[in-house]
Design a protein around this ligand. Structure first.
Ligand SMILES: Nc1nc2c(c(=O)[nH]1)N[C@H]1C(S)=C(S)[C@@H](COP(=O)(O)OP(=O)(O)OC[C@H]3O[C@@H](n4cnc5c(=O)[nH]c(N)nc54)[C@H](O)[C@@H]3O)O[C@H]1N2
Ligand SMILES: Nc1nc2c(c(=O)[nH]1)N[C@H]1C(S)=C(S)[C@@H](COP(=O)(O)OP(=O)(O)OC[C@H]3O[C@@H](n4cnc5c(=O)[nH]c(N)nc54)[C@H](O)[C@@H]3O)O[C@H]1N2
Ligand code: SF4
Ligand SMILES: [Mo]
Length: 891
């Protein structure tokens, strides 16, 4: 798109999670107006806090705007030549396996298709892997074992139609918020519906659960094996279905026997017997059951077995292929599913074919007219970076992912990249932990600029549409890849000038020699051949549609396996004999705690986009570690103090949150923080690079660690209008507020001259007011220019520091009042200051914790609905409702 002439709504798809919500965008004179798309079948108009704040991420601040080679701005021509020549030289000298692509579920299907075709078909190596390895590869492997194909059988409506929804290893309320809201609405409409959450932590997802099993980390396969056995006792097996449509029942059942009594299951799972029997009873007695699973299952050294243990109970009860029933692996990224369709994992080939069958390799080679198609799987993500470290891989091209933050053993990943001969990174953002390691930086178009398709968790393909002009010299990822392919001599096979061409080729391949065989598809499940002939206008107008979409199902397919036929040679689904395993490395005296990692409500991964939005930073603004109260006591940790976490691989600092939500022996740290926003806060520096032997997915949820208080000589914070380059402190976390930046800092040696430090850091030589208590080691200062606050600075020998919320509200004022000035130095707000709201709870309407608490008390509010009526809090996306309920319970 070249200009801002649109005024009608453009419909696109949210670029964050795998729910794949539709958004309606209007470009108006005073900016971009964005809302949920009422017609999109994923969300029917709803958006979560992140989706609703998308327009606030679209400025060009921080964008990578032009190609950079060895630190110097260059032209596209020169940069593309450098990439092609660099790759070519290494391939010529060392063969195709000496190069690699590391790509992402945040690429569009069209980008992904071109990357995969170039590497596997033309460079001739399968060394292309993706961050989906860290995310969905376990579910892919489990689906293939059970169904013969990587198929998610269910659709979103099945969740609403279910009588029992089991949520395993998924913080659904925060990670798939709109789908969670659909579940909440369904349960409100039909209160008899049951919800069970299985998670070592008490999460916001437990808010309206009927049962929460705070399972011991990694014990899930014991629970589901126990359930399988118990289903027979309860006479809940569907032996007719098993006989007709399933193989492997006897072996699976036998394997489940070892630990199958309720007391034994309860013991290994670390939960009460009554809870286990209650769950088993619910499951046995409720035919319409959907089991949702996510990273608490996938990110495990035995994740594939766990996923199959879950699928086993659905097969044994025939609860699949029917409304309101089925195992449901929800996808993480916006195009995690699309990446699987094109075959972007190193062990896939293309279009749901892999290397195990020579006929598939031959088929794809003929379709692509590929001169030297790869013959065997390539290296999976963790192995790939180990091969970069060892020098086996000498050139890597990283696209749309930030591995220095997100891969396990992340310090080694960084060192490997720094030592690698050629590192190319395509990103939208200039300064990330990974772009810092690049020799060549290529600016990619970001959401709103780029154009193509994504597929969500329920196999629904939707369009992302461009609605704004491209920043600087950014280009679509598929274009960048195409240009490099042409320079490598493959112009004929890579003639693409627009995304639609690529989509048509991808759709054609899905139907190529795909025969007949199934009710909804050919012999391969992934079949979108009905879209292969779409002309440009049809592609532009493509409506959200679920695959398979072909001549048999031209309108798409809501649910699979409705005829009980599966994509295995026998046509039967497979139950797997699962021998449960606990995490690969157990805790011991040196590393006595299990480090669990995951997501928070308002940040997306490494924060390159959500980190820009003040209201998304207001909920949780610092790297933190959640610790159970007894552990906090044992390890002398104070709520709000700092702690150092150490594993065999690395260490980090984080703010302590003492919480009853944790199991004793477990701590939780969010995955988001990184060097671009903090110091020593990359949790993946600690995570062990241990992977599932089948899927290669890392065990990101169970690393043994130790924890100790970190008591710095001083602590403090600076709030300032601009982001500061801070002096060398041992701890620092920056976050953006409305009109200011917040810097939480701590260190060992006090800066010699406090004020000089602040002046140098802020670059502000305005009018300073200071308060200094040398004996107590306390220092406060504020810098004003023409009465307007520029910066405030507080230092203390301990964590007794004033609340930041009131202070930060002063940045919204053109001129400070004298009571506020006095309050500044007294370090407390003047009595009755309305802006002392406390930490933000509701991101949609920016309502703070103190405001909610005070209003509950003053007005005697007794329900979430009442709070919503008075304050609006909780009435936007609904994601903060669990927290509001907690505040109500406490007061
Ligand atoms: N806000 C937000 N939403 C996101 C993302 C984001 O970055 N931010 N990212 C998206 C992506 S890519 C993904 S993959 C999804 C991930 O979505 P989720 O998988 O829901 O998110 P996580 O927080 O990684 O982990 C889920 C839960 O697994 C639990 N868990 C840990 N160990 C175990 C165990 O042994 N057994 C069980 N049963 N549970 C365990 C954790 O306590 C955690 O609550 O989220 C997507 N949505
Ligand atoms: N400890 C721990 N580690 C984890 C996880 C965990 O739960 N715990 N979860 C894992 C999972 S499930 C995932 S999915 C990963 C996610 O981890 P990453 O993929 O590393 O995280 P992102 O921040 O999403 O990185 C995306 C990058 O692509 C850029 N980008 C965005 N759009 C585009 C585009 O269109 N083109 C290009 N070229 N670049 C773009 C962004 O600016 C950003 O730098 O983390 C994994 N790591
Ligand atoms: S639920 Fe997911 S897809 Fe929907 S608005 Fe939120 S982040 Fe975007
Ligand atoms: Mo993910």
């Amino acid at each position: 798109m070249s200009d801002l002439s649109y005024s009608a709504s453009i419909r696109s798809t949210c670029p964050y999670c795998g729910v794949g919500c539709g958004v309606a965008v209007k470009v108006e004179a005073d900016g971009i107006k964005l809302s949920g798309d009422q017609q999109h079948p994923a969300n029917f108009g709803r958006l979560c806090s992140k989706g609703a704040a998308l327009a606030e991420t679209l400025d060009n601040e921080g964008r990578l705007l032009y190609p950079i080679v060895d630190g110097q701005r260059t032209s596209w021509d020169e940069a593309l030549d450098c990439v092609a020549n660099g790759f070519k030289k290494i391939i010529d000298e060392h063969g195709p396996d000496a190069v690699a692509f590391y790509v992402s579920g945040q690429l569009l299907t069209e980008d992904y298709y071109v990357a995969n075709k170039l590497m596997k078909g033309y460079i001739g190596s399968a060394n292309i892997d993706t961050n989906s390895r860290l995310c969905m590869s376990t579910a892919v492997a489990a689906h293939k074992r059970a169904f013969g194909a990587d198929v998610v059988p269910v659709c979103y409506e099945d969740i609403e139609a279910a009588d029992l929804v089991v949520i395993v290893g998924s913080n659904y309320a925060w990670a798939h918020p709109v789908l969670y809201q659909r579940l909440v609405a369904a349960k409100k409409a039909r209160p008899a519906m049951l919800v069970v959450v299985i998670d070592p932590r008490h999460t916001p997802t437990c808010d309206f659960a009927d049962l929460h099993l705070a399972i011991a980390p990694g014990a899930d396969a014991y629970l589901f094996n126990g359930l399988l056995h118990n289903l027979r006792r309860e006479d809940a097996l569907d032996l007719g279905f098993v006989e007709a449509h399933v193989e492997g029942f006897a072996a699976a059942f036998e394997a489940a026997r070892a630990v199958s009594s309720i007391p034994k299951v309860a013991q290994v799972c670390g939960i009460a017997e009554t809870q286990v029997s209650e769950f088993f009873r619910m499951f046995a007695r409720t035919a319409r059951t959907v089991t949702i699973f996510s990273q608490g299952i996938n990110q495990s050294s035995s994740g594939v077995d766990k996923a199959n243990a879950i699928i086993n109970v659905h097969l044994a009860t025939g609860r699949i292929g029917r409304p309101g029933m089925g195992p449901f692996s929800v996808t993480g990224q916006p195009n995690a599913m699309g990446g699987r369709e094109v075959g972007g994992l190193a062990n896939q080939l293309a279009a749901h074919m892999d290397f195990s069958d020579p006929a598939s390799v031959d088929l794809v080679a003929r379709f692509w007219d590929a001169p030297r198609i790869a013959q065997a799987p390539g290296l999976k993500a963790v192995e790939m970076f180990q091969a970069i470290e060892s020098g086996k891989i000498k050139a890597v091209w990283i696209m749309a992912t930030n591995p220095v933050v997100s891969l396990p053993d992340a310090d080694r990943v960084r060192a490997a990249l720094m030592a690698c001969e050629l590192v190319v990174v395509s990103d939208c953002v200039q300064h990330t932990d990974t772009t810092a390691c690049a020799d060549i930086l290529l600016p990619a178009e970001c959401w709103g600029e780029k154009d193509g398709t994504v597929t969500n968790s329920e196999r629904r393909i939707s369009r992302q549409r461009s609605f704004m002009p491209t920043a600087g010299e950014a280009r679509p990822d598929w274009w960048i890849l195409t240009q490099v392919a042409q320079r490598l001599g493959f112009a004929e096979a890579f003639p693409y000038t627009q995304a639609a061409q690529i989509f048509r080729e991808h759709a054609r391949l899905s139907g190529f020699e795909n025969g007949a065989g199934f009710e909804n598809s050919g012999k391969r499940a992934f079949d979108i051949s009905a879209l292969a002939e779409s002309d440009d206008a049809e592609y532009d107008a493509l409506q959200p549609v679920q695959w398979p979409v072909n001549s048999q199902s031209p309108q798409g397919t809501q649910r699979l396996f409705t005829d009980g036929k599966f994509y295995t040679p026998s046509g039967k689904a497979r139950m797997l004999a699962v021998v449960p395993q606990l995490p690969a490395v157990a805790v011991d005296a040196e590393f006595p705690l299990v480090l669990n990692t995951g997501r928070i409500r308002d940040q997306w991964h490494t924060m390159t986009r959500t980190g820009k939005v003040p209201r998304l930073n207001a909920h949780l603004f610092e790297p933190f570690v959640q610790v159970q109260a007894r552990d906090a006591q044992n390890y002398q940790l104070q709520d709000g103090g700092l702690a150092r976490l150490t594993s065999r691989h690395g260490s980090m600092l984080a703010r302590v949150q003492v919480s009853e939500d944790q199991r004793p022996g477990s701590v939780f740290v969010p995955m988001h923080w990184n060097d671009a926003f903090a110091k020593l806060a990359r949790v993946d520096a600690l995570v062990a690079p241990i992977t599932d032997p089948i899927s290669g997915q890392p065990e990101s949820k169970h690393t043994p660690v130790r924890i100790a208080p970190y008591r710095p000589a001083w602590q403090g914070f600076v709030l300032s209008r601009t982001r500061l380059e801070l002096p060398d402190t041992s701890y620092c976390a920056c976050s953006r507020g409305a009109g200011y930046w917040r810097h939480e800092i701590a260190g060992e040696t006090l800066p010699y001259e406090w004020r000089g430090w602040v002046e140098a850091a802020s670059g502000k030589a305005g009018e300073w007011i200071e308060y200094r208590d040398a004996a107590m080691g306390r220092y406060r200062a504020a810098c004003l220019q023409d009465g307007r606050l520029e910066a405030v600075f507080f230092l203390a020998p301990d964590q007794r520091l004033p609340e930041r919320e009131w202070l930060s509200s002063l940045f919204g004022q053109a001129m400070l009042q004298s009571v506020e000035l006095a309050g500044l130095l007294a370090a407390r707000p003047p009595k009755g200051a309305v802006s002392d709201t406390g930490r933000t709870v509701c991101a949609c309407f920016s309502v703070g914790e103190k405001t909610i608490r005070n209003t509950i008390q003053a007005q005697g509010l007794a329900s979430v609905e009442a709070v919503g009526l008075v304050l609006k809090a909780g009435t936007g996306c609904g994601s903060c409702v669990p927290e509001i309920r907690r505040i109500l319970e406490r007061h």
